[in-house]
Design a protein around this ligand. Sequence first.
Ligand code: ADP
Ligand code: MG
Length: 439
Amino acid sequence: MRLSRFFLPVLKENPSEAQIVSHRLMLRAGMIRQEAAGIYAWLPLGFRVLKKIEQIVREEMDRAGAVELLMPTLQLADLWRESGRYDDYGQEMLRIRDRHEREMLYGPTNEEMITEIVRASVRSYKDLPKILYHIQWKFRDEQRPRFGVMRGREFLMKDAYGFDVDEAGAVRSYNKMFVAYLNLFDRMGLKAVPMRADTGPIGGDLSHEFIILAETGESAVFCHKDLVDMPAPGIDLDWDGDLQPLVDARTRLYAATEEMHDQKRFEAEAPEDKRLSARGIEVGHIFFFGEKYSKAMKANVAGPDGVERPIQMGSYGVGVSRLLGAIIEASHDDAGIIWPDSVAPFDVGIINMRPGDAAVDAVCAEAYSALKAAGKDPLLDDTAERAGAKFATMDLIGLPWQLVVGPKGVADGVVELKRRATGERRTLPMTEALAAIAG
Ligand SMILES: Nc1ncnc2c1ncn2[C@@H]1O[C@H](COP(=O)(O)OP(=O)(O)O)[C@@H](O)[C@H]1O
Ligand SMILES: [Mg+2]
């Protein structure tokens, strides 16, 4: 992509409405634009990152055996009357009437709809287990939308739903999602800590929130320090095997969100120097709720004994759009964003220091094609901006590499390569720079 053709409306000034760094940087880097409170347009740079994150989530869901579908954003109120949630959900639900005066709603979540879909065809335990997911926009009329995409009203979520014939099966599904979550956050360069979360009236201990530690996080969290640096399980494992030991290793140590926190237990289970009280961002939430919806909505299957029973269900959410904010909170400096390679909107920025100079233009074009051929996605700054402004924009948008091509270097047969994360700069021949970027 040439910057002159791209759409990158960067802001020079700090927007006054942004209270946290990720919101400020997303606005300044021209990634999003607020269209209404908590409702954002995804501008090209932001949209690219959103798609990258979505794709990582998709790949790890698929790897764990989940199956993707797509449910609509609009739902019938009657479906929610079956579960009893139409009245319970309250003001957060956006209620709509169509031209026939039919009551509808913009889905804040999809338990009812997926239960209806599964109930329509699944009859026997032989049809299970299944984990179905989609990546779809949600609307929740949050009382206090804030912090940009962190707490929006319209936001993108990956929501998966597990269906099993018995509780033991549901635990296996839960474990698959637990492990897949650790891997997918790891692929985005995030250290997510699973913490015991509230199960509400359902009870039990099968609910975890995946938390990124950050001062600006909305939740107070308490955990054993060793959990923070525990490596992800990794993708190379037998997904149909026993994942319980991997889950146990990460749930043995104390970790709880504020609602679940028990100071006495914390002190008993973690020595003082290992106790971490911090703030965190909830980027994912997994939850086993058994028969809650299947019973109310009569989604039954016949077990091996021929007896019909309600399906055992769980739901598994990832805040896809919130993750952009979370990643930036975890990875930035005074100059701007520092994207982890896996989610960067472009892999490298080529800075043409003198557009119009035939030799410099030619070297930039060569670098561009070579990077493309190597499967990399370059952004070529071919604009007539001052050098200082070009460097500032590149730092702000946080591409992992910057390749600076100027007349003096071209004459000497070298370019300057900068790694955004470390600030390290090297002057070297183009072939070596390209090799470094190609990794
Ligand atoms: N208003 C919001 N804006 C952005 N992301 C959200 C919002 N609400 C929830 N999410 C994301 O979706 C995930 C699943 O949502 P869920 O757990 O159902 O929501 P809640 O925690 O509000 O009950 C959360 O872990 C969070 O990452
Ligand atoms: Mg939650």
